[in-house]
Design a protein around this ligand. Structure first.
Ligand code: AP5
Length: 214
């Protein structure tokens, strides 16, 4: 089963993808994580995209399509969760072609619906374990009092450079201009399912499970 988690910044795509990895042996393909890894390991591509990401703009289709193409050559596990990809119509067309090359297809495109006010609150309160990537939130899922990650015990927590109000405004604009047309695109293909993203994390997960198992 291959799925897309589609939604604006802060919709909870990464949070829900990690639950699906744990519960269903699926493989999370987050282009945001791949690009951040490229930055921190100092590759030429990572250096090229750093300023674009910090400003909240989209990196080129060519780069992210190349990243996804590479990953689909490997283990397919219980299926892929595309998290943050595709983000443009060009990327969506490319994904169709890449999947077809592997005799694979999409089973669901899950559109996670969250209003802008909640998105801003979530993003500005987010932090992440620098060791394993577990996501925290100052309000809804605070870092434990002993300052050890619940997943790996690490104690190096980070805030993303693009998690500030100015970059977030650009990220939201990029989403509405370039990514939200994918909702119509996948609706027309009969693959879109809308899931409320505003409840408790476990309730949102249950809504997604209903879609995948339904
Ligand atoms: P990316 O890393 O993909 O960022 P994003 O889409 O902006 O999404 P986020 O990671 O910010 O949010 P999320 O939906 O995963 O939410 P999360 O689960 O963390 O991309 C970063 C940049 O890379 C882009 O701006 C672009 O430059 C580049 N890029 C990446 N992919 C690209 C592509 N395909 N094409 C071009 N450029 C690309 O949750 C957020 C917070 O909310 C957390 O604190 C969490 O704990 C909390 N939370 C989650 N769910 C709930 C809930 N139900 N209730 C309360 N709190 C919740």
């Amino acid at each position: 089963m291959n799925i897309i988690l589609l939604g604006p910044p802060g919709a909870g795509k990464g949070t829900q993808a990690r639950k699906l990895v744990d519960g269903r042996n699926m493989i999370q393909l987050s282009t945001g994580d791949m690009l951040r890894d490229a930055r921190s390991s100092g590759t030429a591509m990572g250096q090229k995209v750093a300023a674009i990401m910090d400003a909240g703009e989209l990196v080129t289709d060519e780069i992210v399509i190349g990243l996804i193409e590479e990953k689909l050559e490997g283990d397919h596990g219980g299926g892929f969760i595309f998290d943050g990809f595709p983000r443009t119509l060009e990327q969506a067309d490319a994904l169709n072609d890449i999947l077809a090359k592997h005799d694979a297809s999409l089973s669901h495109v899950v559109a996670m619906e969250v209003n802008d006010k909640a998105l801003v609150q979530r993003i500005t309160a987010r932090s992440t374990c620098g060791n394993c990537g577990e996501v925290y939130n100052d309000i809804t899922k605070p870092i434990p009092a002993d300052e050890k990650c619940v997943n790996c015990g690490g104690s190096d927590f980070k805030r993303r450079a693009d998690d500030n109000e100015e970059s977030l405004r650009t990220r939201l604009m990029e989403y509405y201009k370039k990514t939200s047309p994918l909702i119509g695109y996948y609706h027309a293909k009969g693959q879109l399912v809308r899931v409320p993203g505003l409840g408790e994390i476990d309730d949102v997960a249950a809504g997604i499970a209903d879609v995948l198992d339904g």
